[in-house]
Design a protein around this ligand. Structure first.
Ligand code: 5GP
Ligand code: ZN
Length: 117
């Protein structure tokens, strides 16, 4: 497992730093966002340190599939399947990424606006 000791999500994955973990398996975890932007705001995070979407290797092509399977399951658990929800991946500085360890935001429980800010 690729780990960066200075990375907050790696430190959450290794349980050095606490977080409200709502799903976990060998490769993936999902946590409550510490600064929620919607009634449901979860982060689905591969445990391995991959800085951005652009850094997903060709040999890891199945990773996003797996992350979206977890999104789907969590959305169902939180009662979002019918009304809908939003999935966001911020990538790089212009994308508004602040934590450089790949993660998907699952946002729901309110109506989302378009275009995003
Ligand atoms: P980004 O802007 O990189 O797409 O999103 C990073 C997200 O991580 C933000 O929504 C921010 O609130 C969340 N975050 C940052 N630090 C922590 C932390 O220590 N714990 C948790 N649970 N979320 C965090
Ligand atoms: Zn990391």
């Amino acid at each position: 497992m690729n780990r960066d000791p200075g990375c907050i999500f790696c430190r959450i994955a290794s349980k050095e730093v606490g977080a409200k973990i709502v799903y976990e398996d060998e490769k993936i975890m999902a946590v409550e966002d510490v600064n929620p932007q919607a009634p449901v705001h979860l982060l689905v995070i591969p445990k391995s340190h991959i800085p951005t979407l652009q850094d997903i290797g060709d040999e890891e092509s199945g990773l996003m599939d797996t992350l979206f399977q977890v999104i789907k399951r969590l959305a169902k658990d939180r009662g979002l399947s019918e009304k809908g929800y939003r999935v966001v991946v911020n990538c790089g500085p212009a994308g508004g990424q602040t934590v450089y360890h790949l993660h998907l935001h699952l946002l729901g429980g309110r109506n989302m606006k378009w275009p995003p800010g």
